[in-house]
Design a protein around this ligand. Structure first.
Ligand SMILES: [Zn+2]
Length: 234
């Protein structure tokens, strides 16, 4: 994957990516304080790369200052709507381009991901990671590097959404069915169907997130996430 700064030469993720991923999968949530020494210990790194990564994330507005501490920024309702609007248009374009340009091997990888990801149903954190992998693969299948870069920016900001919509009971299974519909359309090289399936998927994701934000649906995995968290800490 051609993401800038995604890995060091030996394939190890750098501090920036590790912190971003931890925010992305909900280990650190909006409002949480990020402490240099704790991060250094968690990732088994010295404090210098952690400090540099935190500075970079602050410049990108993914972290904000609260007095002397750095906290994970959060998105308000308007930012969330704006982000979904951009994400939907860009990803619909990616889906159409993937239907046109994806290599047979890429289609098989997407199909295999949907099959494999069904084993992760019920594990919100694993599903969030799997969802991210699926969308990344979809972006790459568009064979448009500028689009991949723009989507990368959008996904970086998306890490600031408090909980994954996949933590809502039943939503993970539903999301996988939607992924499958996208893959089927791409396999048929049906650009209009790929566009439509992608829009339906993101519309449902957005709706679920709004319901979650309004407290209308419970995030079933909030407890198990914090238990995982304990396991990681102890
Ligand atoms: Zn998805």
């Amino acid at each position: 994957m051609a993401r800038q700064g995604s890995a060091t030469r030996d394939g190890q993720k750098d501090a920036y990516d590790l912190i971003l991923e931890a925010i992305d999968v909900g280990i650190y949530k909006p409002g949480d304080r990020l402490v240099e020494s704790e991060l250094a210990e968690r990732f088994g790194m010295s404090r210098t790369p952690i400090r540099e990564a935190l500075q970079r994330l602050e410049i990108q507005s993914l972290l904000t200052r609260d007095g002397r501490s750095l906290i994970v920024a959060s998105l308000d309702h308007n930012q969330l709507s704006e982000l979904y609007a951009v994400r939907t248009e860009l990803e619909a374009l990616a889906a159409r381009l993937a239907a046109r340009h994806a290599a047979p091997e890429e289609m098989r990888v997407l199909r295999e991901m949907v099959t494999q990801d069904r084993k992760l149903v019920g594990d919100a954190q694993a599903m969030a990671r799997a969802n991210r992998r699926f969308h990344n693969q979809l972006h790459l299948a568009s064979h448009n590097r500028y689009l991949v870069q723009q989507l990368d920016l959008v996904y970086r900001s998306m890490a600031l959404m408090a909980t994954t919509s996949l933590a809502v009971p039943g939503r993970d299974r539903e999301a996988l069915d939607e992924h499958e519909a996208i893959v089927t359309a791409i396999e048929k090289r049906d650009e209009a169907a790929a566009d439509e399936a992608l829009r339906r998927h993101l519309s449902r994701a957005f709706e679920t997130r709004l319901l979650l934000g309004a407290g209308e649906v419970p995030a079933a995995d909030a407890l198990s996430l914090s238990r995982d968290e304990e396991a990681v800490r102890s």
